[in-house]
Design a protein around this ligand. Structure first.
Ligand code: SAH
Length: 288
């Protein structure tokens, strides 16, 4: 573990010259307590081979592992076998544990002196509430680090052979959560810049309003779209179609989870890129 990281993260008790400042008695108490810390770790899109080495090292050293629904068994199996594993995701149709409860757990374990790994699907800072958890740790003066992971958009782009940007086709890409999109036109208008790739996380349930909002804001109904289910796994499925069919296609795919929507002219490149692509290992089920 990089010690300097944790020295830097305690500015309230350590002066710039690294001498102790503040109430000596309180500092003694703090020194006597074992100092726990939290690593907010991105597990990537659920392919163990796509973990970073840094994430793997953190998993191997963890004493407590607090993990989500999108983290599979194969990744958990790489963790320190002695680590206490705490599941905080959805359970049999019941909602996930409340965010405040998860934050309180992280604080509790760290204050008990544990090396805690908070393992999340993809990247902790992309629709992963990593920022919220980090703020809570800061509030409690708990040292922490963030280890990035391959976010679903990046993983699925590679595994479905859809480049998110491509010269003369797309100059920018926007990651959007389907969970908060509303019918408000100003929001849609901002997404309709020409040559832009749009990636919707958690978008399947909101497909009808996404289709309607974008078309009303001026995006061509013929814009190519892909839905990628279980990206980067052997269960991966990819279907491609036009924006005007989005609501229907999403309806047909109801229940597919996790699933990502990639939209824009870059989707058209897929059929060409597939020509010599090694898809055998991924078993892409749906034909284009
Ligand atoms: N922090 C995560 C995103 C969490 S939000 C990340 O960076 O990837 C959960 C959403 O991510 C899912 O509803 C889905 O839209 C998307 N997602 C995550 N993993 C995926 C996968 N393997 N294939 C397709 N979509 C995925």
């Amino acid at each position: 573990m990089n010690q300097s990281l944790f020295l830097e993260s305690s500015p309230t008790v350590i002066s710039k010259s690294c001498e102790w400042v503040g109430n000596p008695q309180e500092i003694k108490k703090a020194e006597a307590k074992p100092q726990g810390y939290v690593s907010l770790v991105g597990a990537g899109p659920n392919d163990p081979d796509l973990l970073t080495l840094k994430a793997l090292k953190a998993l191997q050293k963890a004493q407590v592992l607090v993990y989500d629904r999108l983290v599979g068994k194969e990744i958990l199996a790489l963790a320190n076998p002695k680590a206490e594993q705490v599941y905080v995701g959805k359970r049999c149709g019941q909602p996930s544990m409340k965010q405040e409860t998860i934050c309180a757990l992280l604080v509790k374990y760290a204050q008990a002196g544990k090396n805690v790994v908070r393992l999340k699907g993809g990247d902790p800072f992309i629709f992963g509430r990593g920022g919220e958890e980090a703020l809570e740790l800061v509030k409690h003066h708990i040292p922490y680090q963030v280890i990035p992971g391959i976010t679903a958009a990046i993983g699925c782009a590679a595994s479905s052979f859809i480049p998110l940007t491509h010269r003369q086709v797309s100059r920018s890409v926007t990651f959007i959560t389907g969970q908060v999109v509303t019918g408000a036109l100003p929001a849609w208008a901002g997404l309709v810049a020409s040559g832009q790739t749009l990636v919707f996380y958690m978008g399947l349930e909101k497909a009808a309003s996404i289709e309607q909002g974008l078309i009303q804001a001026g995006l061509s109904p013929a814009t190519p779209v892909a839905i990628i289910g279980h990206g980067c796994s052997t269960k991966q499925t990819v279907i491609t179609f036009e924006l005007v069919e989005l609501a229907d296609m999403a309806h047909q795919q109801q229940g597919l989870s996790p699933a990502l929507i990639i939209m824009g002219d870059v989707v058209k490149l897929r059929s060409q890129l597939l020509q010599t692509a090694r898809v055998a290992e991924l078993q892409t089920v749906f034909a284009d």
